[in-house]
Design a binder for this molecule. Structure first.
Ligand SMILES: O=P(O)(O)OP(=O)(O)OP(=O)(O)OC[C@H]1O[C@@H](n2cnc3c(O)ncnc32)[C@H](O)[C@@H]1O
Ligand SMILES: [Mg+2]
Length: 164
């Protein structure tokens, strides 16, 4: 049995981790963890760093064997803003497993607010980040934030297992 610290209280992220790793010999605990980056990350680098910071903070906070952080952001590609999503898993002995997930173009109507410094979840409203996410909205409910992050969690944990 290993212990895993989940670096967020956001239900979409927490359930993505808990449901994915349900059958594994893991004791899971959620920890409110700061990302250490902007509330609205603006690049893949910044988004990935936010996930890493949350994973490390959460793991250290409860001295767990493993920590995981998940972070959403946007980046500019060929003049269009895309959503991006990253997960990072860290271990007590310094292993780091990072994976990125679904990336989708954002419609122009949302990007004006982003450029004015607003957070995407505040532009869309309705607590979207804690529910189906922008990915859920833009895929007409087919790929929810939980499902998208579950894929990332599965990938990080798979890489962790492969290396034990
Ligand atoms: O910080 P916590 O409490 O964990 O939850 P959060 O919803 O703020 O999650 P992030 O910091 O990872 O998200 C960064 C921003 O992107 C927003 N967002 C919402 N849905 C998204 C999606 O599908 N992909 C990327 N970013 C999304 C999110 O609400 C934030 O404004
Ligand atoms: Mg946030």
């Amino acid at each position: 049995m290993i212990t895993l610290a989940i670096g967020t209280k956001n239900p979409a992220k927490v359930f993505a981790v808990k449901e994915t790793l349900l059958k594994e010999p893991i004791k899971m605990e959620t920890v409110s963890a700061p990302s250490g980056v902007s509330d609205q990350p603006f690049s893949n680098n910044e988004t990935k760093l936010g996930a890493l910071n949350r994973a490390q903070y959460a793991r250290e906070k409860i001295d767990a064997d493993v920590g995981i952080g998940l972070e959403g952001g946007v980046y500019l590609h060929e003049g269009v803003y895309y959503l991006c999503n990253w997960g990072v898993m860290v271990t007590k002995d310094g292993q780091v497993y990072a994976a990125s997930g679904l990336s989708l173009p954002l419609p122009r109507e949302y990007t004006t607010g982003l450029e004015a410094g607003k957070e995407l979840s505040h532009i869309i409203g309705n607590d979207i980040g804690k529910k189906d996410g922008a990915v859920g909205l833009l895929t007409n409910g087919r790929i929810t934030r939980k499902r998208m992050f579950a894929h990332i969690v599965e990938s990080c944990y798979g890489m962790y297992q492969f290396n034990q």
